[in-house]
Ligand binder design. Structure first.
Ligand code: AMP
Ligand code: MG
Length: 342
């Protein structure tokens, strides 16, 4: 939080989009905007003549999504839903679309992703930064209010039983990436890349036709590897992204809905490479909860995405679709890189 306040202080310095005309007229103009939204520093980079307008509209879109989907903002739609006291509420089209995709992912992942985990996430203090370790009895009481099957979405009418609350935090940034790509494409942009915290999403290739190079963070800081991608979302869930320590124990922000405790699957991070951000985001969280064995089985059954697993023991494994586009980097070079095959 301290870091966030510092960034907020700096924010006015970053708000204006900057466009740089290329030195070589054969190259494309680049427009970049850095902003703070969804508790995260975000960077939008768009190439081409419509870049300035596109990054401006992209910034507005992110703010709109934040004001709809934030769990803590008292004016948000999710806040209203979470305080509906068991009554049916009517959702905006944006929230309806995201929630129905998210619920489908909860089902597909067997509840490893669960958008009703919010009461438990709050009890651990992850929404406010007032961290604490809840008692077993408190957790088991809260878990009665957790379970995506308790959500009834009928068209745009949503009903949550009293006490059940939504947290779309595990999919919101991925969804935002998809919406940005849609917006850019609609503005005639063919080359753009966005960084939304740990998420990266690219439209097309770099202006010169070469792939984007996206770094995969090492849990201890710095980079573990580099991915070369075109038109993909690269989404990471890592225990190191948000955690607290108490009495020598580390408690991370990704919760296993089975017991309401921070997931301890032996993984330091999961990076999913997918065509759509929302799928990559939901899956990165879910595969982290599942752990390596179940994540591999899940991938073998679907195969419409790839992933990189960094183990807590320093191991690295990637699915075979990434064999030719992922390489270890810096201090991680030379480690064995395991390829997970079908
Ligand atoms: P991500 O960074 O995408 O992995 O999402 C993690 C965030 O989603 C957390 O900060 C919580 O707000 C929420 N969350 C934690 N565990 C889960 C879970 N098992 N299913 C859904 N959301 C979760
Ligand atoms: Mg996620």
């Amino acid at each position: 939080m301290k870091q966030l306040r510092f960034l907020l202080f700096l924010l006015p310095l970053f708000l204006l989009p900057g466009c740089a005309a290329p030195a070589d007229p054969a190259e494309e103009t680049l427009c970049r905007q850095e902003l703070l939204a969804m508790d995260t520093v975000m960077t939008l980079t768009v190439y081409g003549p419509s870049g300035q307008e596109a990054v401006h509209q992209g910034g507005e879109l992110l703010r709109e999504l934040e004001s709809l989907l934030s769990v803590t903002d008292e004016g948000s739609e999710i806040y209203r839903v979470n305080h509906s006291g068991g009554d049916a509420v009517s959702l905006s089209e944006e929230t309806r679309l995201l929630l129905s995709e998210a619920l489908a992912l909860c089902g597909d992942t067997g509840g490893a992703l669960d958008v009703t985990i919010y009461p438990v996430v709050r009890a651990w203090g992850f929404t406010t930064g007032d961290y604490r370790v809840p008692e077993e009895a408190e957790l088991s009481g809260l878990l009665e209010k957790v379970g995506y099957a308790q959500v009834t979405l009928d068209g745009s009418r949503l009903t949550l039983p009293e006490g059940v609350e939504l947290d779309l935090g595990a999919v919101t940034k991925g969804w935002a990436g998809d919406r940005l790509m849609e917006l850019f494409r609609g503005s005639g942009v063919t080359s753009a890349i966005v960084e939304l915290g740990g998420n990266v999403q690219a439209l097309g290739a770099k202006p010169d036709g070469s792939p984007w190079r996206v770094a995969v963070q090492a849990p201890e800081g710095g980079y573990a590897g580099v991915l070369e991608i075109v038109d993909k979302a690269v989404i990471t869930s890592g225990g190191y992204q948000r955690y607290f320590e108490q009495d020598g124990e580390t408690y991370i922000h990704i919760i296993d809905p089975a017991d309401g405790r921070p997931a301890r699957s032996g993984l330091a991070s999961v990076t999913v490479v997918a065509d759509r951000g929302v799928r990559g985001d939901g899956l990165s969280t879910a595969l982290f909860v599942m752990g390596r064995e179940k994540a591999e089985a899940f991938w073998r059954e679907r195969q419409d995405f790839d992933f990189i697993l960094l183990g807590e023991d320093g191991t690295v494994a990637v699915t075979e679709g990434l064999e030719d586009c992922f390489s270890l980097y810096g201090g991680w070079e030379g480690r064995p890189l395991e390829i997970i095959r079908k």
